[in-house]
Design a protein around this ligand. Structure first.
Ligand code: FRU
Length: 722
């Protein structure tokens, strides 16, 4: 097949309302220079091996999938893989339209993997593919040169592969002269006088285009984003500009010509389409943190300061899936009523902003100056491999604030810890009072973690390595009293799956005494605890990753776990972390029903049949010696959560969940799309869908009566409704 593309013809005609025909301006039809649909290169001259003897029909041996080409054939420089060279030269032709459009992919090396437009022997335009390092994509994308200044000139094209090694090849197709550019170079300045820059986006990530954002004409962009701009939005997203009011924002990028109309809809606005439904969408959790738009993963920078709980988080503000890692930011007076702030850290030349932590640094404790008595400092991983500046690795960096946590400035001497290994990441910083040093836990690779210390948060010295078997990512480290005894403490080191070791820490070295133990099960992942929490509390929030039902169909994706408070308790299995939902949840309760010393036998009327609604908490203390062989609850008809007497297991949690003082303590929380259960201090969670007309919750008592010391059920109020 050949000229599959309809010529792009733009007829700009004026209506005949005045009874005479106004001049009709008619753009000329496109002229195909080459579509590479034949068996050979026709009049193009090939030298070297890289391009073979004719157009390819797809990927060659050893090449990743190639797509984005037009029709069946295209120029593929991967003959002889990345080791070969070649040159393909067109016959002369005349410039007869304003633009030269073509598809290009492959290596991004100027002069070496490129297409050149020549007048005589002079190269007057040149373009390369995008890739310069391992990974990337063989996809061909539109490129467009404005050649109006060359009108009438005789020119030729050459496709060059003179590079060996990674991405030492170039792919080209569908070279067309046209009066309409196939790709539009954007450079638009916006005066920021409203909160948002709004974008219509598609869920189809193949449509990703890269945009750079600069403020007040500065040279370096403060952010870059891959956004799936579209004419047919699945939903609208926004750039939150609340911190940039009164400034000039310039957006640059390159979009396909057919997105000219979509780009016109990217405007400064006081609201974003769909804002009026935000927090009342069908799938919106009513008492868990979600972002207004886009994707979230790990909580980052959890820190309490001046009455506010800060929640930063891994965020893609522009689509439903993981991408564009940005530190989203929200604050709350009570861990439940969150107010979303503009992002704290943006992906930029350093890389995308991976997980990290925050501390309150007092004056004198840092090598950099601090305004006032103390300040928030963020520690984060700049994931350099995903920067637009090639050749960078994953490094550890810091950022500070001069306005009480509204905006953050990246430290000018970043990184503070250079690259050590692979994708080393997720710095968790704390102050170690005894040694008067900052301590930073870092994830390396596999099950490996390391500890660094610093007198000033800038000079870091590695003091030890440790492992958490079968664990990885997102370290946390904290000290807790054993059974409430402040004089007898243990240190906990923690990884993303909620596996932890217990031991001692002298300010330099962590020595494990027991573990790994596991606290989390189900979908919880990558949590961390609050720094500087009042009253010595160890408050933790995790991310609920997608383990099933997810949130397809919503303009936002995924939620955080409930906030929970950790303590250390000695139980049947020894010393373990014990979590209770943070006490602030009590403020959401309404319509509490309570029973004491209640025995429910199979066939009895279920006292929970009175429960209505989809947001509630059940608190139960159950006698482990109840006659029932399995007992617990069933949520919306088909989500049983039961403790089994014979092996002492609880649905969804691995291993034994032994009774404590002969009791099973259950705290069950149901929200729009999530079920979370605390069973004797461990935590499990999952996403689910509430069955329309289903029974919100029922008691399970298989094989005999179940005896509750106490049973309470509370409806929970939405944190979003006034
Ligand atoms: C954990 C994690 C971190 C990383 C972040 C990237 O979920 O993989 O290790 O910093 O997510 O978003």
């Amino acid at each position: 097949m050949s000229l599959l593309k309809q010529p792009i013809v733009k007829h700009l005609s004026a209506p005949l309302v005045w009874g005479f025909a106004l001049a009709t301006v008619c753009a000329a039809d496109d002229l195909i220079v080459a579509d590479f649909e034949g068996a050979d290169f026709g009049k193009w001259k090939a030298t070297g091996e890289a391009f073979g003897s004719g157009p390819a029909k797809g990927a060659l041996d050893g090449q990743m999938k190639v797509d984005g080409f037009s029709g069946n054939g295209f120029v593929n420089g991967f003959h002889g893989a990345d080791g070969s060279h070649g040159r393909l030269t067109s016959p002369d032709f005349k410039i007869e339209r304003k633009h030269l459009n073509f598809l290009i992919g492959g290596g991004g090396f100027a002069g070496e993997t490129c297409v050149n437009l020549k007048v005589g022997t002079n190269v007057v335009r040149t373009a390369t593919g995008k890739n310069v390092r391992d990974g990337g994509s063989e996809r061909l994308d539109w490129e467009s040169w404005d050649v109006s200044d060359l009108a009438g000139k005789t020119v030729s094209l050459e496709i060059v592969d003179s590079r060996k090694g990674t991405w030492g090849h170039i792919n080209v197709d569908q070279i067309v002269q046209s009066d309409t550019p196939a790709a539009i170079e954007l450079k638009q300045e916006f005066t920021v006088n409203q909160r948002y820059l709004i974008w219509p986006v598609s869920l189809d990530t193949k449509l990703k285009k890269r945009f750079f954002m600069t403020l007040d004409g500065e040279k370096e962009p403060f952010a870059f984003y891959d956004i799936c701009l579209t004419n047919n939005p699945d939903f609208w997203v926004f750039t939150d500009l609340a911190n940039f009011q009164g400034r000039k924002l310039t957006v640059t990028g390159k979009i396909p010509g057919n997105l000219a109309d979509a780009w016109k809809k990217v405007v400064i606005s006081a609201t974003y389409p769909g804002e009026e439904q935000t927090y009342s969408e069908a799938l919106r959790p009513q008492y868990h943190f979600t972002s207004r738009r886009g994707w979230l993963n790990d909580p980052n920078g959890l820190v309490w300061k001046d009455g506010e709980w800060h929640l930063f988080y891994q965020h893609n503000p522009y689509n439903h899936g993981w991408d564009n890692m940005t530190w989203g930011h929200a604050t709350s007076p009570d861990l439940f009523h969150w107010k979303e702030r503009p992002p704290g850290l943006f992906p930029d030349a350093e890389g995308v902003m991976f997980s990290g932590s925050a501390v309150v640094a007092p004056k004198g404790s840092t090598a950099f100056p601090i305004n006032g008595e103390d300040t928030l400092v963020l520690a984060y991983t700049a994931h350099g491999r995903l920067s637009y500046v090639p050749g960078q690795e994953s490094v550890q960096c810091i950022a500070t604030t001069d306005d009480g946590g509204k905006t953050f400035t990246k430290f000018k001497n970043n990184p503070v810890i250079p690259h050590a290994v692979n994708e080393n990441r997720d710095p968790k910083v704390m102050w170690h009072a005894k040694t008067k040093k900052w301590v930073l836990n870092l994830y390396y690779d596999g099950n490996d973690y390391g500890i660094y210390t610093s007198p000033d948060m800038v000079k870091w010295t590695k003091t030890c390595d440790y492992k958490i078997p079968n664990e990885g990512e997102c370290p946390d480290m904290f000290e807790l009293p054993v059974d409430g005894d402040a004089k007898n403490t243990r240190w906990v080191v923690w990884g993303a799956n909620g596996k932890y070791m217990l031991g001692s820490f002298d300010g330099k070295e962590f020595k494990a005494e027991s573990g790994p133990h596991r606290h989390y099960f189900g979908s919880a992942y990558a949590g961390q605890s609050y720094d500087n929490a009042p009253g010595g509390r160890r408050v933790h929030i995790g991310w609920m990753r997608d383990t099933g039902a997810g949130l397809q169909g919503a303009p936002f994706n995924l939620q955080m776990t409930l906030p929970m408070d950790f303590t250390l308790k000695t139980g049947a299995e020894g010393l373990r972390l014990w979590a209770e939902p943070s006490e602030e949840v009590a403020k959401l309760r309404e319509n509490t029903k309570e029973w004491k010393n209640l025995t429910v036998s199979p066939g009895d009327t279920d006292p929970l049949s009175e429960v209505t609604g989809g947001q509630f908490e059940v608190e139960a203390v159950i006698d482990a010696n109840s006659q029932a062989s399995e007992f617990g609850f069933n949520v919306f008809n088909n989500h049983p959560l039961v403790w089994k007497k014979d092996d002492q297991t609880f649905t969804g949690a691995e291993g034994k969940q032994a009774p404590v003082d002969g009791k099973i303590h259950i705290r069950l929380f149901v929200d729009t799309v999530s079920i979370e259960v605390f069973v004797n201090g461990t935590y499990t969670s999952r996403y689910f869908r509430q069955m329309a007309g289903g029974k919100p919750v029922r008691i399970v008592n298989a094989g005999g009566p179940v005896k509750f010391d106490s049973l309470k059920v509370h409806s929970l109020r939405s944190v979003w409704k006034k």
